[in-house]
Design a protein around this ligand. Structure first.
Ligand code: TNX
Length: 534
């Protein structure tokens, strides 16, 4: 009877108009290796079962896959233990299997086909095999399984993004993909200080990152216009410093539970949160809350404009270092990831040895929490500390100070202002955004190579890439998405895909299919004229 039902379901599916065909290589970011088998398509049906290794984190990836597929397909997609299902293989004729493999090269069952062996998938790689009777994702880690899930999602018809049931033939193109990232750090930054964004908006940004295999969310939590994270030892930072925003809005801040919710939601999608407490400049909101930190102890008025570089915590007062230690300590304790970003940009009024002295003390405070220092590249003149990462946001890759910092041991996250800044306008008539680093349409966002962008900096010093979204002119989730999409996928491809796959025409065509996906999911995006949307 089950077999009859399956045959009936397949026949019913077969009668529907075929969806716009998705080819196995139609994936953003481009996979490392793609081997299509044109006659081997798989069709997901009402009796498809998910099978997964017993590991709880792997099981959670299967749960996420089911959550992604159930709304549009309307199929139950129950989750079974892979080992048990193998023992009783009659429970599903066409399973989706997620296998957490051992790194043991002897166990590598795929070596024969000339593709990288399972043991070479690394901490984020995956292998996807699609045959008429099964889809199988294999990885060494749950993160790798999730990246495989994101690829599978893109190989289904665009209607899979619908949040309500759709009648569709859920076909996946046959063949094999073996894939792993070029750079370990792939991220985006959201400035929640200039404008505050509710937790749910941030979670939605996490979804966008995960979709394109980005693995870090940098939250710019503090700035002149608002302080957005609760600190128990200095409570007025949030209650007073958080009450403002650009343009005179009412601001807001995250309680510790709000922040934990963001961290947990991101962790489930294998995205690491990087909190930034911007020091010693960009601190007006903190000074409004605690004038004792201000130079001369003079309380400044709240600031709701968009100038930069005027504020700073008093580097000559010991209380300032208590403040730094308390804040950094509490934020570190809330943050499971290894990074703590201390800003350091545009502190125009703290110069020379005063600036480097402040930064070196702040760096020691961070190191004492066990976290690794990240800072904007203005940190370069301050002494290197173990593991330090500079986030470079320049517009001219010929930067001898950065090359020298790399020789002293710093590694880099690249956020070139004229390619990676998501707050730059697409074109002169873009209604929101800046243009100080130029106009950035999709082609410009895609048109650079993180491995060779900086003169005299070897690719090995590049930890990865990040697209920052500053929010002086951005006040809604729709604004965020309009600036993120379709440029975030360009940055994602630079961070993930091997350089050999880099090809504007190919990227443009693959990206074009995503417009229908975003529309089906209710996501706002910019219909850039660079992209041949169907
Ligand atoms: C520069 S880039 C800043 C931010 C502004 C941004 C606007 C950087 C580290 N600092 O304070 O929001 O320009 O594009």
């Amino acid at each position: 009877a089950a077999e009859l039902a399956r045959t009936a379901a397949r026949a019913a599916g077969a009668q529907l108009a075929p969806p716009a065909p998705v080819a196995l290589g139609d994936v953003v970011p481009a996979p490392e290796r793609v081997v299509p088998h044109p006659a081997a398509d798989f069709t997901l049906t009402a009796d498809t079962v998910l099978r997964v290794s017993a590991d709880p984190a792997a099981r959670d990836v299967a749960a996420l896959l089911a959550e992604l597929l159930r709304p549009a397909t309307g199929h139950p997609l129950p989750i079974a233990d892979a080992a048990l299902a193998d023992a009783a293989p009659t429970d599903s004729a066409s399973p989706l299997t997620l296998t957490l493999a051992a790194a043991d090269p002897v166990a590598a069952d795929f070596v024969a086909d000339g593709l990288p062996a399972t043991a070479e998938l690394g901490v984020e790689g995956y292998r996807l095999d699609v045959t008429p009777t099964a889809v199988r994702i294999t990885a060494l880690t749950p993160a790798g399984l999730l990246h495989g899930v994101q690829t599978l999602r893109q190989l289904l018809p665009a209607a899979v993004e619908s949040r309500t049931p759709v009648t569709e033939r859920w076909t996946v193109p046959g063949g094999t993909i073996v894939d792993r990232p070029r750079f370990a750090y792939r991220g985006a930054m959201l400035d929640v200080a200039r404008h505050f964004f509710a937790v749910d908006d941030v979670l939605r940004v996490v979804d966008h990152l995960a979709r394109y295999k980005l693995n870090h969310l940098h939250l710019h939590l503090t700035d002149d216009q608002g302080w957005r994270i609760a600190v128990d030892t200095w409570p007025r930072l949030a209650t007073v410093g958080g009450a403002t925003g650009v343009g005179g809005g009412t601001g807001g801040w995250y309680t510790k539970d709000d922040y934990r919710r963001i961290v947990a939601y991101a962790a489930r999608r294998h995205v690491t949160v990087v909190p930034e407490i911007d020091l010693p400049g960009h601190t007006n909101a903190a000074l409004v809350a605690y004038p004792e930190l201000a130079p001369g102890k003079v309380p400044p008025p709240p600031y709701t404009g968009t100038e930069v570089g005027f504020s700073y915590v008093d580097p000559a007062d010991e209380r300032t270092y208590d403040f730094v230690a308390d804040v950094v300590g509490e934020v570190a304790a809330l943050t499971p990831g290894p990074w703590l970003h201390i800003g350091g940009d545009e502190a125009f009024k703290v110069k020379g040895a005063t600036y480097t002295g402040f930064v070196e003390r702040a760096q020691r405070i961070v190191a004492a929490t066990g976290k690794t220092v990240v800072g904007w590249h203005q940190l370069a003149p301050a002494a290197h500390v173990d593991g330090r990462v500079l986030q470079w946001w320049g517009t001219n890759g010929d930067d001898p100070d950065i090359a020298a910092a790399v020789r002293r041991g710093d590694r880099l996250i690249l956020s070139p202002g004229n390619h990676a800044y998501l707050d730059m306008k697409y074109a002169p008539d873009t209604p929101i955004g800046h243009d100080w680093a130029g106009l950035i349409d999709v082609r410009r966002a895609y048109d650079w190579d993180p491995g060779t962008h900086l003169t005299d900096v070897p690719a090995e010093a590049v930890l990865g890439v990040e697209a920052p979204l500053w929010t002086e002119s951005v006040s809604t989730l729709a604004d965020i998405e309009f600036l993120l999409l379709p440029r975030l996928p360009a940055l994602a491809e630079l961070g993930w895909s091997p350089r050999a796959t880099h090809d504007w025409a190919g990227f443009r065509d693959r990206l074009a299919g995503h417009g229908a996906r975003w529309t089906a999911a209710g996501i706002t995006f910019h219909r850039s004229p660079d992209v041949p949307w169907p």
